[in-house]
Design a protein around this ligand. Structure first.
Ligand code: CA
Ligand code: CA
Ligand code: CA
Length: 246
């Protein structure tokens, strides 16, 4: 898996110079007509087998955002600590106990230290952080069928972060309301669309309550589920997105 460095580098230091002379000239001519490149060359960092998803949080409290991947093949999370200059240390692999397909971060037990939640198979697996980039042993919570992705929000406004999982083979999203101590209540499912895949939280109708956008991989459209404010969602509105989404 490749992560791009998130800072600007001079053009002569970019990967364009590694291209053939003709290609290089053509690309630089295009670049001159537009805004300067915002990214340097991609820098690859090794993580465990089959990383499916990536999320960001500061796991060691040094003020620099770190990365975590959910690794489907290895059933692990890989934590890559940020050196503070856009480079990252070698991965630290943490067992998740599941074939992870989604990953998200948040402080699920309210101790001020960032935690990880990964989704896959029929569960979410939660790693509570110790603040030094190590984690307590994972705990799993049932989340539905074929969890493809997972995200986080306080859906019911009780101050405890809640988890939302997209169930690809269930055509649903599952809501796991947080207890606030790192545990989650039994999930509730809401209809989304065929092969619910990717999730995004936002307040789409401006009522101050978090809503959900879901991509429906099976048919190439998206669903918007408006939040009721108590962690429940209404009937999805479907919107075309063109080609197959995911
Ligand atoms: Ca925490
Ligand atoms: Ca909540
Ligand atoms: Ca709303």
């Amino acid at each position: 898996m490749r992560f791009s460095r998130l800072f600007h580098r001079p053009k002569e230091a970019t990967g364009l110079s590694a291209l053939g002379r003709r290609g290089s000239h053509r690309l630089e001519a295009l670049e001159d007509r537009t805004a300067p490149s915002l990214f340097g060359p991609a820098v690859p960092y090794a993580v465990n087998f089959h990383p499916y998803a990536v999320a960001v949080a500061d796991f060691d409290g040094d003020g620099h955002p770190d990365l975590v991947t959910g690794n489907n093949g290895a059933m692990t999370a890989s934590v890559l600590l940020n050196n503070g200059d856009g480079s990252f240390q070698a991965e630290r692999a943490v067992p998740l106990g599941i074939l992870a397909q989604g990953v998200t971060t948040g402080d699920f037990n309210g101790d001020g230290l960032m935690d990880v939640a990964a989704g896959g198979q029929t569960v979410v697996s939660v790693l509570l952080g110790r603040g030094d980039a190590t984690f307590r042993e994972y705990q799993t919570f049932a989340a539905g069928i074929s969890v493809r992705s997972v995200t986080v929000a306080d859906l019911d406004g009780d101050g405890a972060l809640d988890l939302i999982a997209a169930n690809r083979l269930g055509d649903t999203v599952s809501v796991l309301r947080g207890v606030g101590d790192g545990r989650f209540y039994s999930f509730r499912q809401y209809r989304a669309g065929p092969e619910a895949a990717a999730l995004a939280v936002g307040d789409y109708n401006g009522d101050g309550v978090a809503d959900l956008a879901v991509t429906n991989y099976g048919v190439g459209d998206g669903s918007v589920l408006l939040g009721a404010g108590d962690g429940s969602f209404g009937v999805p509105a479907r919107y075309p997105t063109g080609a197959t989404s995911g």
